[in-house]
Write a protein that binds this ligand. Structure first.
Ligand SMILES: [Fe+2]
Length: 185
């Protein structure tokens, strides 16, 4: 059998973590007094908008979460509502990094702000991924049958194609590889 609907999202998480590691390293270097790597962070933000938000969160919000709701997992006041709220917070945090990068980065307080926002964003997404994998996806695996997995995976393919397109998606995976492998450089 092909990878399950939850397994595919975990594979996305591993790609996302490469970029989180690169953002974390960048924040650390800025704290040590190096210049803000504006280009690297700009690329990481593009990845965040395209791969994390439009594509990965899209697949969860359009495909997996509605399937889990049909299986009885609560949205409002329940784990799906929490995940949706966290997606929104992550978008706002990424937007704040984008705004901070436009400040005068010659000023120490502007650099400190970029570093702090980056660290907060990385922590937010890491704990979010942890919750999905250790709480929600486990619920999903116990509630979803083979048909549910298959229809969710079909929905992922449609959503990814509509929202991002195959080529852009590949480009984002290559970008994650590049940013991840440049860590500590
Ligand atoms: Fe996720």
């Amino acid at each position: 059998m092909e990878a399950s609907a939850t397994e595919l999202l975990k594979q996305d998480h591993r790609v996302i973590e490469k970029v989180l590691g690169a953002i974390e390293d960048a924040a650390e270097r800025v704290r040590r007094g190096e210049e803000v790597p504006v280009q690297l962070l700009g690329e990481a933000l593009e990845f965040s908008q395209v791969f994390v938000d439009r594509c990965h969160h899209g697949k969860e919000e359009v495909c997996l979460f509605p399937c889990l709701e049909r299986k009885g997992v609560p949205n409002e006041g329940g784990p799906i509502g929490v995940m949706l709220r966290e997606h929104q917070i992550g978008r706002e945090m990424a937007g704040a990094i984008g705004a901070a990068l436009k400040e005068d980065l010659g000023k120490p307080e502007a650099r400190a702000r970029v570093a702090a926002l980056c660290t907060d964003y990385v922590e937010h997404l890491r704990q979010h991924i942890f919750k999905e994998e250790n709480v929600l996806f486990g619920m999903g695996d116990s509630l979803m049958g083979r048909d549910d997995h298959e229809s969710s995976v079909e929905c992922y393919e449609r959503t990814e194609e509509e929202r991002v397109g195959f080529e852009k998606h590949e480009e984002m995976e290559r970008l994650a590889e590049k940013l991840g492998s440049a860590r500590g450089a």
